[in-house]
Design a protein around this ligand. Structure first.
Ligand SMILES: Cc1cc2nc3c(=O)[nH]c(=O)nc-3n(C[C@H](O)[C@H](O)[C@H](O)COP(=O)(O)O)c2cc1C
Length: 379
């Protein structure tokens, strides 16, 4: 049972050294707990090495478990619950530790993101790869449970591996795992089954899904509703509603400004830096921010699904929160307003509050500097 309906959504923290969490990761989540959050979510727990976007990310493993135990204890001591996002990046990889291999994906795909690291093309997963990767999700889930997490969130959105299976634009398989949605759903459902078997019947499993991939030819709301129905039937406890595809529409999931200048500044690879300088402003599509920006799509899904739904996207004010509650959503997830102020939940519940977060999205760049933070706090 959560102490309130607010969840800190997964936002990649960047607090890692040699692929293991630093003290800052624990402090970050403990601070959110002090700020009154019902449940915080540790982002990007890669289920295996090949599932990491970058080589500095953490793999949920026996080796990282002691760090995670410390984190869950610190959060619980402050009265909040804590979940972990279990993820595999699929083809969207620039993980230099897998050089010589190819990133795994539903089908062979061009990976511009890893082109300069020699990871320009993915390998279509074999049945053995599917089995092994599903088992890795299950293993990561059971380690998470042992490490004291109260829930796991399986990442099925944002154009990562399971989202690549769901999306007609990236799943071109001709076997039982591609084609009609029932087939594209098969691997994500296998993962849910394996995770359920690993954690037992009473342990909460959330899935983060896309309401829309955000581009023509991608997954749209009609199919997203069917995806949600399958997950409901499979015994998933709650769905976190999002959208966007990191390799194609990265700012669809956030909306607001694109901090191109800062992105160029932090880019370490000289050619990528040059490409961003030349083309960044033209190729990265901008989406205007509006409060509760996923509400129209989320409402369509709400009308068709009975299990608890977590509203996510553009939560910034007390008034906006009331609208989400009256829209029939069970839980409310918040990203940037909590990056700006970890006390956002206390404020939004106690007064008529509006977050000063201006969606500059520079927090996205900070992940790759010293770790996630709000640059507005410097002013
Ligand atoms: C800095 C930053 C990092 C993010 N990292 C992740 C991530 O690791 N996993 C994920 O599912 N979503 C990630 N997101 C997307 C958020 O979970 C969320 O969908 C988005 O910020 C919209 O919510 P908001 O308007 O409350 O910020 C990230 C967003 C930001 C701003």
């Amino acid at each position: 049972m959560l102490r309130n309906r607010f969840i800190k959504t997964a936002t990649y923290e960047g607090f890692y050294q040699n692929s293991f969490p630093t003290e800052a990761l624990t402090e970050h989540h403990a601070r959110l707990a002090i700020g009154g959050i019902g449940m915080t979510t540790v982002s990007y727990g890669a289920v295996n090495n090949v599932g990491r976007t970058h080589s500095h990310q953490m793999v949920v493993s026996k080796e990282s478990k002691p760090y995670l135990e410390k984190l869950t204890t610190a959060v619980k001591n402050e009265g909040a619950a804590v979940s972990i996002q279990l993820t595999h990046c699929g083809f969207f990889s620039s993980n230099t530790t897998i050089k010589g291999q190819r990133p795994l994906a539903p089908s062979r795909a061009l990976n511009l993101y890893g082109l300069l690291q020699g990871l320009g093309f993915s390998k279509a997963m074999t049945l053995a790869d599917l089995e092994e990767t599903g088992n890795d999700f299950a293993r990561a889930a059971s380690i998470s449970k042992e490490a004291g997490f109260d829930a796991v969130e399986i990442h099925m959105g944002h154009g990562y591996l399971l989202s690549q299976f769901l999306s007609p634009s990236t799943n071109k398989r001709k076997d039982n795992y591609g084609g009609i949605l029932e087939n594209r759903m098969r691997f994500p459902l296998d993962v849910v089954d394996k995770v359920r078997n690993a954690v037992g019947p009473d342990f909460p499993i959330l899935c983060k899904i896309n309401l829309s991939d955000g581009f023509k030819g991608g997954l749209e709301i009609d199919e997203a509703i069917t995806v949600a129905k399958y997950l409901e039937e499979a015994g998933v406890n709650a769905l976190v509603l999002s959208g966007g595809f990191t390799s194609k529409t990265p700012f669809f999931l956030m909306r607001g400004d694109i901090p191109v200048k800062d992105m160029i500044e932090v880019e370490k690879d000289k050619i990528q830096k040059w490409a961003l300088r030349l083309f960044g402003r033209f190729v990265i599509k901008k989406y205007e921010f509006s409060e509760n920006f996923f509400m129209p799509l989320a409402k369509q899904l709400r009308a068709n699904i009975k299990i608890p739904l977590v509203y996510l996207g553009g939560v910034t004010s007390t008034e906006g929160v009331s609208k989400i509650m009256s829209g029939g959503f069970d839980l409310i997830a918040v990203g940037r307003a909590l990056i700006h102020n970890p006390d956002f939940v206390l404020k939004v519940r106690e007064e008529n509050h509006a977050s000063p977060c201006d969606h500059c999205n520079k927090c996205v760049v900070e992940m790759d500097r010293e770790g996630i933070r709000c640059v507005l706090l410097d002013q």
